[in-house]
Design a protein around this ligand. Structure first.
Ligand code: MV4
Length: 663
């Protein structure tokens, strides 16, 4: 076994690898970019070396620098994690040439699986079913169009070098084919420098089921059962589970054996995943499945496999890379219970999932135990930057069966609180509460189909959220004081009533709090509620609202409140006239950029009379489009805003002046 390994990655996966290395008595070397000098993986490792600027191209993708550090530090192997250099055949080759073991497959295996047409051919030869289509060398447009007619419609054009849906086009009928072909080729050329494509029959209703395989260097291969990763949004996985719900034992066996056969056929070594697309047009029972692609790395969602098998996949990687045989035979690999993984992202589901950046002022979740595991690369107080993936953590639960695991996940999400950046926490809660999802009635179209209800924002801000926020604001003034004996400045005109204004999503909410001898009368939108405080422990409240028990958590960061209550997450701002520059700007009609980006479109003319909510500017930020709307009715003034202009965070985009008829 290795004495010391280098981890060529960051975030949660670097921390995950360090954990197993420590368990095995292996010393760890971290590398980090200048943005990550105090990151969690650096804090956890035995040694750490800076490798360059924040941009991945200057740091985590700098293979030769990383190899040089491995040599200098005496690490005899490099674990690439996932992403970055993990599926880079040149890097795998360079490691072996430097006599440092690449903890992963051979460069040849990475290369073979890197192109879809090659991979498909290799799989076909191994007797693995592949989606019917054309994956030959002839790329002539007329020839391909004839092939398309043979395959029939709908069909997919896929770039052979593609990934993540890039260079992929759905063609519904022959008249769409030639323009879809040229646009797929154009996109593929730009993204991968390779415009070759293949054609496939399109599977309308699909489940994404992938099999975890492992192989050693002496030809043994096993499968560690499957994961269902059908819940994706724009090819980004959100929730994964193991085993795949409702898969019959026969089909589990067949798909597992098929994956093992694939691994053996290409003389694979280490951890790998064979992705299958399962055609569920006629249900899952006896559904046909087809090879889609192979991932030649450890995957983000490996923990669900660990939960149901009780195995440590990173340990297996280390052992296989060190030349050991596979630790278990196929028959000794168990499948016990059910596991879910939910990926917690710093993104705003209420705003087209726009990635969020900022300081994680608060991050708490239940204590890990047999049923709950937290894989995180970030601690409270850390920064989420624009440079890397916005994934904050993975919440992983285990239960005896799927419904028990579901219940655990709902509890975990309800008891997780993050403040400082917006997250998809509430979105995840909606998925785990969804009726169809609860009975495993889903396919890869689930998120899109249920998008509206999964991303719904509060049309009306829930009363408990506002009550909790108001109490949280006022409590510090009250603690240790007699209810009739306050002299703080917040007490207006010596009356015992305080009025607070909270804003959220450009709406304001008035909350009036009157102190009574035995509690409060709190009015929201002029409707009074009797409120009693049962318990307050730091940020956690238990209250009665008109006799109904409500529990919640409120994180205050100056005037910004994040309220967690029954799976809901609300972001409120306590508006204090005058003391509140940003808010006054908003109400005065000045709109600033939410994040750095490029102005990709200006939708109305300078000086136009616009309505509240009218889209005015499209900002392209972090590869996504973001629509900036008018915060109120008025005359728009763009000043010197121009198309293609780069704008920095907080820069003024436009102002909305009051129109004449407003007085
Ligand atoms: C498909 C397909 C239907 N039919 N291939 C999506 C990205 C790339 N990995 C392959 N993908 C698909 N390939 C055929 N022949 C549907 C998808 C697909 C998908 C697959 C798995 C999970 C989510 C998905 C979302 C949209 C499309």
């Amino acid at each position: 076994m290795f004495e010391k390994i280098l981890i060529a990655n960051r975030g949660e996966i670097a921390c995950r690898i360090i954990k197993t290395a420590r368990k095995k008595g292996i010393k760890t070397v971290a590398v980090y970019s200048r943005a990550d000098a105090s990151a969690r993986h650096v804090r956890l490792a035995d040694e750490a070396y800076e490798i360059g600027a924040a941009e991945a191209a200057d740091s985590y993708l700098n293979g030769s620098k990383i190899i040089a550090i491995a040599r200098k530090s005496g690490a005899s192997a490099i674990h690439p994690g996932y992403g970055f250099l993990s599926e880079n055949e040149e890097f795998a080759k360079a490691c072996e040439e430097a006599e440092i073991r690449f903890i992963g497959p051979t460069a040849d295996a990475i290369s073979l699986m890197g192109l879809k047409d090659q991979a498909k051919k290799a799989m076909e030869e191994a007797g693995v079913p592949v989606v019917p289509g054309y994956d030959g060398d002839d790329q002539d447009a007329v020839f391909l169009s004839d092939k398309a007619d043979e395959i029939g419609y709908p069909l997919l054009i896929k770039a052979v070098a593609g990934g993540g849906g890039k260079g992929m086009r759905l063609v519904e009928n022959r008249s769409q084919f030639s323009s879809a072909l040229s646009s797929a080729k154009r996109e593929a050329k730009a993204a991968f420098g390779n415009d070759r494509v293949l054609l496939e029959k399109y599977i309308r209703r699909a489940r994404h089921i992938e099999v975890q395989i492992f192989a050693d260097m002496v030809g043994n291969a096993v499968y560690l059962h499957e994961r269902d990763c059908s819940l994706q949004r724009r090819h980004q996985k959100i929730i994964e589970e193991a085993p795949a719900p409702d898969l019959s034992d026969d089909m589990r066996f067949e798909i597992g054996e098929t994956a093992t056969r694939a691994a053996k056929a290409i003389k694979y070594r280490g951890a790998g995943t064979i992705e299958f697309i399962v055609d569920v047009e006629n249900g899952l029972k006896d559904a046909p499945f087809y090879f889609m692609e192979m991932n030649t790395r450890l995957q983000v969602e490996h923990p669900v496999t660990e939960m149901i098998t009780g195995l440590d996949l990173v340990e297996w990687q280390l052992r296989v890379a060190a030349g050991e045989r596979l630790p278990l035979k196929q028959d000794d690999i168990k499948l016990n219970g059910h596991a879910f993984e939910a990926r917690l992202y710093a993104e705003d589901p209420g705003n087209n999932f726009l990635p969020q950046t900022g300081t994680l002022h608060h991050f708490t979740c239940p204590a890990p135990d047999l049923n709950f595991r937290l894989d995180s690369g970030i601690d409270q107080g850390d920064e989420i930057s624009i440079y890397y993936d916005p994934m904050i953590a993975k919440l992983v639960v285990w239960g005896q069966n799927r419904s028990e695991a579901l219940r655990h996940m709902r509890q975990v999400i309800k008891n997780t609180a993050i403040a400082g950046v917006k997250t998809n926490l509430e979105f995840l809660y909606h998925v785990f509460m969804n009726k169809a999802f609860s009975v495993a009635d889903f396919d890869t179209g689930f998120i899109e189909k249920h998008r509206a209800e999964l991303t719904r924002r509060f049309d009306e801000m829930p009363v408990p959220v506002l009550v909790l926020a108001a109490l949280s604001e006022l409590m510090p003034h009250m603690e240790g004081k007699d209810v009739w004996d306050w002299s703080d400045g917040w007490q207006l005109n010596h009356s015992l009533k305080v009025n607070l204004t909270f804003t959220a999503n450009n709406k304001s909410h008035e909350v009036g709090v009157t102190y009574l001898k035995d509690g409060f009368e709190i009015s929201v939108s002029d409707r009074p509620y009797k409120v009693k405080l049962l318990k307050k422990e730091q940020d956690d409240f238990s209250i009665l609202i008109d006799g109904r028990k409500i529990s919640g958590k409120v994180i205050m960061q100056k005037q910004d409140f994040t309220v967690f209550c029954d799976g809901k997450v609300a972001y409120l701002h306590h508006y204090i006239p005058g003391a509140d520059k940003q808010n006054d700007q908003a109400t005065s009609g000045t709109v600033v950029t939410p994040m750095p980006g490029k102005v990709s479109n200006i939708l109305v003319a300078d000086g136009a009379d616009v309505e509240e909510g009218e889209p005015l500017v499209i900002l392209e930020a972090m590869k996504m489009e973001h629509t900036i709307k008018a915060p109120r009715k008025g005359i728009v003034c763009f000043n010197d805003l121009t198309l293609e202009m780069q704008v920095s965070d907080g820069e003024v985009l436009f102002r909305i002046a009051e129109s004449d008829d407003d007085g």
